[in-house]
Write a protein that binds this ligand. Structure first.
Ligand SMILES: Nc1ncnc2c1ncn2[C@@H]1O[C@H](COP(=O)(O)OP(=O)(O)OP(=O)(O)O)[C@@H](O)[C@H]1O
Ligand SMILES: [Mg+2]
Length: 308
């Protein structure tokens, strides 16, 4: 099967010292929701702009939907939707007018589906674009992206600015795209924001792709800080040598520790006592980076080789 996205040693320098991305080898299989994760300045938007031929690579190559991003740009454009991170729509048109206009350009929009999307994302389509809030403009972008039922959606931090209800609806839309066998490529800073949505994630840092992992693998590695308040004193021995549990300490009736992977063993040990409260703090993506891929360039390169 043709990959939805495939890059080979894709590299972009904006200038001699302005690193965009370096040697990115990325494969995104069709029919997946793929998360592209990395901190500010990592190279997510650069990669996306290269895929869309909005900027040209310094070296390396990219294929989208099996097609050459430069030679076959028109066909890729027809079959791909892109929502940029900072959607700068300034228009006297209303949301519906703009969507109708874009739909006519595209030429194959199912108006019923468009109206359903407007409803599901709770967009007020009668409002002029220029008077819309950031989140509402983002919704216009998303309706425009989904309404053409593209083979590939490339969404650069699409959920920033959406309220939780709309975010959930957005996730359902992505899942429907996957059910159809189509592909969603979505960038984000935050693993928790996308982990329940994505099948796989690629992690980019300082311009280099460090790893591509199934979410299930990443979750096994995720560290969680746990605190348990007990109703009475507990014995430290009851919590000795539990698999995946580290840095365990008991302070009065409060236990704190770090858990890697499943919390099952810890929860079962705790259940022998009266549990009053349990607090779980997931580690951030940045912490997982630090734990697994180090901080410096060298560590990043090593991790890159290990992952390759
Ligand atoms: N037009 C440009 N000219 C010079 N350098 C640029 C340009 N665009 C991006 N860069 C640099 O390329 C690197 C990657 O930037 P990019 O925008 O791809 O990161 P990002 O992962 O999308 O970050 P963010 O999460 O902040 O959106 C950064 O160091 C950035 O400063
Ligand atoms: Mg960006």
């Amino acid at each position: 099967m043709t990959a939805a996205i495939e890059t080979k040693e894709l590299t972009k320098w904006y200038g001699h010292h302005a690193r965009g991305i370096i040697d990115v080898d990325l494969v995104v299989e069709a029919g997946q929701i793929f998360g592209f994760l990395g901190p500010n300045g990592a190279g997510k938007s650069t990669t996306i702009r290269l895929l869309l031929d909005l900027i040209r690579p310094t070296s390396g190559s990219a294929r989208v939907l099996g097609l050459d991003v430069r030679r076959d740009r028109l066909e890729i454009d027809r079959r791909t939707s892109y929502v940029p991170g900072e959607l700068s729509l300034y228009s006297d048109l209303t949301g519906r007018q703009l969507l109708t206009y874009l739909g006519n350009l595209q030429g194959k929009v199912d108006a019923d589906y468009r109206e359903k999307l407007i409803e599901r994302l709770e967009l007020d389509p009668a409002k002029k674009i220029k008077s819309m809030s950031r989140g509402n403009k983002q919704k216009v972008g998303l309706v425009a992206a989904f309404m053409i039922r593209p083979d590939l959606l490339i969404l650069d931090e699409p959920t920033a600015g959406l309220d939780p209800f709309v975010q959930l609806e957005f996730e359902h839309l992505c899942e429907e795209v996957r059910t159809d066998g189509r592909t969603v490529f979505i960038s984000s800073h935050q693993l928790p924001e996308v982990e329940h949505l994505c099948d796989r994630v690629g992690i980019i840092r300082e311009g280099r792709l460090l790893a591509v992992e199934a979410i299930s693998t990443l979750k096994e590695r995720a560290l969680r800080k746990l605190e348990i308040d007990f109703g009475g004193p507990v014995k430290a021995e009851a919590f000795a040598n539990l698999p995946g549990v580290r840095d365990l300490s008991i302070n009065g009736q409060v236990l704190s520790c770090t858990v890697m992977g499943s919390v099952d063993a810890l929860v079962k040990a705790a259940s022998r006592f009266e549990v009053v409260n349990l607090r779980s703090m997931e580690t951030s993506l940045e912490e997982i980076f630090l734990a697994y891929y180090g901080t410096g360039d060298d560590a990043a390169k090593e991790a890159g080789h290990a992952a390759a």
